[in-house]
Design a protein around this ligand. Structure first.
Ligand SMILES: C[S@@+](CC[C@H](N)C(=O)[O-])C[C@H]1O[C@@H](n2cnc3c(N)ncnc32)[C@H](O)[C@@H]1O
Length: 377
C-alpha cells in the first residue's frame, strides 16, 4: 500500500475494503497523448480506464500571459523551488499541467513488483520526460524503497478520476506526477493551491494571494491548521524534512499565538452558526455571524492561510449584510468576494456584479428580517 500521498480523502471512507479490492481488480497500461510536450503513461484499473473520455477535452482556456514561473535553487536547503516570473494577482493562474504518470492509489498486483511496474510505465514515455522524472526530488532513503518509488512518494499528488459511486470508494483515487508542480516547496502558509480537474485531466496551480515577481511559489503538503510541532512531525514522517518555511522560523514567542489562531480556525466551521440558524434566531445579535467570519479572515491573513475557505468567509459576510439589507456594506463585501474569485471565472464574477448593481436581486436579500417576521406571525 502506498501510504505517503497528499490529499487522499477516499481513504477516510468508512467503507474501505482492502481485501475486497485486492481480490477483484484487473489493470492495464496505456498512454494518453496530449498536444503538449509530455504524454501521460497510465496504469489503471480496466473499469476506470474504460470510463476515460476519448479524446480528453482540452483544459479550460485560461492560459496566463507570458511565462509565470521559473524553477531554480531555493534558499535555505530546500532544493529547487518554483518562483514567480511576473507579478501574479490573487486568484491568478500560474500553470495548467497534465500528469506524466498516473497509477492507482492502491496497486493490488502480486505478480510484479512496484519497481517493475514503474519501469514498464517509464518505458512508455519519451526519453526527455523520463530524464526529467528521474531528477525529481527523492526524500526516501535507499533502505526504505528504490529510487523511482522514492520519487513517487516524494512528489505524487492525489487525484481523483471520474468513477461512479460503488462498493469500492477507493477506486477514483490515484497518484499522479506533474513535472512542474512537483518543484513547489511546502509552506505552512502557502501562497498557491492546486486544483485537479478530472474532466480535462489537468492540474491548475493558482495564487492564493498576490505573489510578486521573484517570490517563491509554495503549496501546503499537509493540513496547515495543526500546531507547529504537529506540522513539523508530520512533514518529517511523510517527507523526511524539517520544515524551513517562514512560518516555522518565527520566534518561539510568536509560535504559541500562531498555534492558538490555527486551532481557532480548525474549529471554526463546527462553532459558527449556519446562515439559516442566524437568520431565524432573534436572540443572536445582528452582527454575530458577520463578526465571526470577519474574525476568521483576520486570522487567515495573519497566518497566511488563504487556502482555508478565504472566499467562503467573504461570501458569508456579503450574504450576512444582504440578509440585513445593508446596501453599503453588502456592496463593499461583495466586491471583495468577487475580486477573490480565481481570475478567469467570469461567469461567477458576472453574477456577483449583477448583485452589486442591484442588491435587491440578491437571493437572500432581507432574509433575517423577513424570516423573523414570518416566525412571529
Ligand atoms: C516535492 S519536492 C519539492 C521540490 C524540491 N525542493 C526539489 O528540489 O525538487 C519535496 C522536497 O523538497 C524539500 N522541501 C520542500 N519544502 C520544504 C520546506 N518547507 N523546508 C525544507 N525542505 C523542503 C524537501 O526535501 C522535500 O522532500
Amino acid at each position: 500500500m502506498n501510504a505517503d500521498i497528499r490529499a487522499n480523502p477516499a481513504l477516510d471512507s468508512p467503507y474501505f475494503d482492502l481485501a475486497g479490492h485486492i481480490g477483484s481488480r484487473a489493470y492495464c497500461m496505456d498512454n494518453i497523448y496530449h498536444d503538449g510536450p509530455d504524454d501521460t503513461a497510465t496504469l489503471l484499473d480496466v473499469g476506470v480506464q474504460a470510463l476515460l473520455p476519448t479524446p480528453i477535452p482540452a483544459p479550460p482556456n485560461r492560459t496566463p500571459k507570458g511565462p509565470t514561473f521559473d524553477i531554480r535553487q531555493s534558499e535555505g536547503k530546500r532544493g529547487l523551488g518554483m518562483f514567480a516570473a511576473q507579478n501574479i494577482p490573487a486568484g491568478g493562474l500560474i500553470v495548467v499541467e497534465r500528469p506524466v504518470l498516473v497509477v492507482p492509489y492502491i496497486i493490488a498486483i502480486q505478480t510484479y513488483t512496484e519497481s517493475e511496474l514503474y519501469a514498464a510505465l517509464l518505458g512508455r514515455l519519451s526519453p526527455d520526460t523520463v530524464a526529467r522524472f528521474l531528477v525529481l526530488s527523492n526524500c526516501k532513503p535507499a533502505s526504505e524503497c528504490d529510487a523511482v518509488e522514492g520519487i513517487m512518494r516524494t512528489n505524487a499528488i492525489g487525484i481523483t478520476l471520474e468513477v461512479p459511486d460503488g462498493p469500492h470508494p477507493e477506486l477514483p483515487t490515484h497518484r499522479a506526477i506533474f513535472l512542474n508542480v512537483s518543484r513547489c516547496n511546502h509552506s505552512c502558509g502557502p501562497n498557491a493551491v492546486w486544483h485537479w480537474d478530472a474532466t480535462s485531466f489537468s492540474l491548475s496551480l493558482e495564487a492564493l494571494r498576490p505573489i510578486e515577481a521573484g517570490q517563491e511559489i509554495t503549496v501546503a503538503y499537509i493540513t496547515p491548521t495543526h500546531s507547529r510541532a504537529e506540522r513539523r512531525a508530520r512533514l518529517k514522517m511523510m517527507y523526511n524534512f524539517s520544515c524551513r518555511c517562514e512560518f516555522c522560523a518565527r520566534p518561539a514567542i510568536a509560535v504559541s499565538k500562531s498555534d492558538a489562531m490555527r486551532a481557532e480556525l480548525r474549529a471554526f466551521w463546527d462553532a459558527v452558526p449556519s446562515f439559516e440558524a442566524w437568520c431565524l434566531d432573534a436572540r443572536m445579535p445582528d452582527h454575530a455571524l458577520i463578526d465571526a467570519h470577519k474574525r476568521a479572515i483576520l486570522l487567515i491573513e495573519a497566518e497566511g492561510l488563504q487556502t482555508l475557505d478565504y472566499g467562503k468567509h467573504l461570501d458569508a459576510i456579503a450574504m450576512g449584510y444582504g440578509a440585513l439589507q445593508d446596501v453599503e456594506q453588502f456592496r463593499a463585501w461583495m466586491w471583495h468576494a468577487r475580486d477573490a474569485r480565481p481570475v478567469g471565472r467570469d461567469d461567477a464574477a458576472r453574477v456577483m456584479q449583477k448583485w452589486i448593481n442591484d442588491p435587491e436581486s440578491f437571493p437572500v436579500w432581507g432574509w433575517r428580517k423577513s424570516l423573523q417576521r414570518r416566525r412571529k406571525d
